[in-house]
Structures are given as structure tokens and as C-alpha cells.
Design a protein around this ligand. Structure first.
Ligand code: 1CP
Length: 356
């Protein structure tokens, strides 16, 4: 597949860090960097429904570029949501302001698996590809563009709970009560994810991140069986399919949020991702000891630390780089930036990272 005549990349520090090559300054991006903490996003969002923005390439592109215009970030991430997959599989997903995603007809028991359809990814999610291609051109080579997906267990959680949950109890019950059907559902989701990520790379995504936002709810045993297993499949099949299509592979970032150090160590040995994202509970020095020298780490300042004084934010960002070290490291928060995060703190965070 051709490079679609994309503009030449001017800042490749995140790609270098992902590949383990030296960088002058540590690359930084912020999970959820295109979103509600930006007044220009809120202004656009007041005029458009959430999923209409995702489905309209010019709007998705505009929102993706908003943080890039404001801050000296080293990567952009395409504006979309992880819930576009359950939607493409036939479930209704509504985005309720102040609440978040709501799925009014969730999967109650395995008989509901018959409600799901196998989407034609190029057709049903082609709007994400179109947004990626347009954004690659509009970025004019300033920074690389990240594509993303939710991981299978995280998406399964929303499909069963019908929205966010502080316990994921119904979804966890499925794992014990219906293990076979849980694997069947996870496999269906995995197959869609693989085609979806391949489509994103063909469209121009230069890195891919897989968000396991509900990793918190899995102990090491469940993590191996219901998360790691599918992470591996995604990585192997995406690389295999791209090779068959003669499309160059791109670095893959896994974000197993809430995974403990034991799970992270196993993940590093087995999953085959170039980059592992850490949440803010993980100690950088301990994480490096566990994963060894050949994996890039990403993260992990506590998003609520942005509410300290800007001077403290800058210092904390500098200290974080010193702890992780400048090699094989991508700076980020340990989870998404909060909807009312102070913008001067976001600026101080980025400045602190780049100053080391
Ligand atoms: O800038 C970016 O990062 C790109 C846009 C992006 C991404 C990467 C959005 C826009 N969502 C996501 C990923 C996403 N969506 C995740 C993984 C990251 C994480 O763990 O934070 C998750 C869990 C979701 C699901 C979701 N969508 C939630 C969380 C609900 C819960 O369980 O508590 C919410 C609130 C949304 C809505 C959403 N997605 C994105 C935005 C800007 C918004 C706000 C919606 C609005 O404007 O009304």
C-alpha cells in the first residue's frame, strides 16, 4: 500500500523512543488530549453530537488538531472513542453529557450474543480511516498520528454493564459463570479489533495504542486468561495481516491500566508490544527492573497532580523524566487528563518534560 503522499514527518521523537533509538528530548503526549478541558472543544461540542463529530472526518480532524495547535506535543491521537466498536457490532451507544457512554440494551446473558453482528470494518468504521487520512495530511508532518482501540476485556465490560461501572461486577460474573461464552465474546471483539487496527494503519496511523482501561478489575490469573491472551493475538494478527498487505508495521503501545507489577512483568515477556503504558500507581524504577531494557515505557504522572501549582507540576514532570531516564521512554499522564484540568498546568507539564 502506498504512503498516500503524506507530508514528510518533521518530529519523529516518539517513533524513535518506541523503537529504542536515542532522542534529544523525551517525547510527550497526553491521553485524552483532545477533549473537554479545551474551551475550543467544548465550543464545537455544544454544536454537535459526540458521535457525529467522530463520524465526520473534517470535525474529527479539527478536534484532533486542537491540542497540537495549542501545545508543543510530540504526537497527536485521532479523535474517536473506544465505543465505536460495540456500536459497529450492533449495540446502541449514547454519549450522555456529564455521565458518559450509555448502552441502553446491554448483553444480560449469553443468549444475547446473538444480538451482535460481525461488522464490515472498512464499511462500518471507514469513517475513522477517512478521519485518519485527512488528519495525516492536515498535520503537515508536524508530529506522528496515533490510532487506537479499546482492548477486548474493556469493551466487553461496557457491553455487559451498559456503561461505566466502579466494580464491573456483572462483567466479572460472566468470566466465572460463563467462561466459554466470555471467550467467545472476547474472540468476536478481538477479530473486529484486528481488522480495525489494520484499517487504521492503511489509512495513515503511525502508532497504535490499545487501551485496557478496565485492567484494574482483573487479578493476575484473570489478567492472563482474559486480557493478555487477546493482547498477544491482536499484536500477532495485526503484524501478520500488514505483512500480507505489504504495509510497513507500526509500533504498538499497550496500556494495561491497573495491571500490577507481576502482570506487567509477564506482559513485557509475552505480549510483544514495543511500548507499555503505566498508570500512576506504578513506580518507574521498579517497572524498569521488571520489564528489562528492551521495552519502551510510557506514563505516568497522576492526572490529579495537574491541580498542584504550575511550579510543582513542572518539577514533578522533570523528576519523572529523571526517574524513567531519557532512553526508551515516552512521557504521558498515568490516565486521561480530567475534563476540567487547568491549561497552565498542562503547559507546565510539557515544558517540564522537554526541559530535561
Ligand atoms: O484525545 C484523545 O485522547 C482522543 C479521543 C478519545 C479517546 C482516546 C476519546 C474522546 N475517548 C478515548 C478513549 C476512551 N473512551 C477510553 C480509553 C481511555 C481511558 O481509559 O480514559 C475509554 C474508557 C472511553 C470510554 C468513554 N468515553 C468514557 C469513560 C466512561 C467511564 O467508563 O467512566 C467517556 C466519558 C467517554 C466520552 C468521551 N470520549 C472522548 C471524549 C472527548 C469524551 C467526552 C464526551 C463528551 O464530549 O460528551
Amino acid at each position: 500500500m502506498s504512503e498516500q503522499n503524506f507530508p514528510r514527518l518533521q518530529n519523529d521523537s516518539i517513533l524513535r523512543a518506541a523503537r529504542g533509538e536515542p532522542v534529544d528530548t523525551v517525547p510527550v503526549w497526553i491521553m485524552r488530549q483532545a477533549g473537554r478541558y479545551l474551551p475550543e472543544f467544548r465550543e464545537l461540542r455544544a454544536k454537535h453530537d459526540f458521535f457525529s463529530i467522530c463520524q465526520t472526518p473534517t470535525l474529527a480532524c479539527e478536534v484532533t488538531l486542537q491540542p497540537i495547535k495549542r501545545f508543543p506535543l510530540d504526537a497527536s491521537i485521532i479523535f474517536s472513542d473506544i465505543l465505536v466498536i460495540p456500536q459497529a457490532m450492533g449495540l446502541v451507544v449514547e454519549m450522555k453529557p456529564g455521565i458518559g457512554p450509555v448502552l441502553p440494551e446491554p448483553l444480560i446473558d449469553p443468549s444475547h450474543l446473538s444480538k451482535l453482528r460481525i461488522p464490515d470494518v472498512e464499511k462500518d468504521l471507514g469513517y475513522v480511516g477517512a478521519a485518519i487520512t485527512l488528519t495525516r495530511h492536515s498535520l503537515q508532518g508536524k508530529v506522528p498520528l496515533i490510532g487506537f482501540t479499546g482492548a477486548p476485556w474493556t469493551l466487553m465490560g461496557y457491553m455487559i454493564q451498559g456503561g461505566g461501572s466502579s466494580t464491573m461486577a456483572q462483567a466479572r460474573i460472566w468470566l466465572y459463570k460463563y467462561p466459554e461464552e466470555s471467550h467467545k465474546l472476547l474472540q468476536m471483539i478481538t477479530d473486529v479489533i484486528v481488522d480495525y487496527l489494520v484499517m487504521q494503519v492503511k489509512a495513515g496511523a503511525q502508532l497504535l495504542q490499545v487501551f485496557e482501561s478496565h485492567g484494574d478489575f482483573l487479578n493476575t490469573e484473570l489478567f492472563k486468561e482474559y486480557s493478555l491472551k487477546y493482547f498477544k493475538q491482536i499484536r500477532d494478527k495485526v503484524k501478520e495481516k500488514l505483512e500480507i498487505l505489504n504495509v510497513p508495521a507500526v509500533p504498538m503501545i499497550a496500556f494495561p491500566k491497573g495491571a500490577n507489577l507481576d502482570s506487567i512483568e509477564i506482559f513485557a515477556k509475552e505480549a510483544g508490544y514495543e511500548v507499555i503504558g503505566l498508570d500512576w500507581t506504578i513506580d518507574p524504577i521498579e517497572a524498569r527492573k521488571r520489564v528489562g531494557p528492551n521495552i519502551t515505557l510510557q506514563g505516568n504522572m497522576d492526572p490529579t497532580a495537574l491541580y498542584a501549582t504550575t511550579e510543582k507540576v513542572r518539577q514533578r514532570a522533570e523528576n519523572m523524566v529523571r526517574e524513567f531516564g531519557k532512553g526508551r521512554y515516552i512521557a504521558n499522564l498515568g490516565h486521561g487528563v480530567l475534563p476540567d484540568a487547568p491549561i497552565p498546568s498542562v503547559e507546565a507539564f510539557i515544558e517540564g518534560i522537554h526541559s530535561v
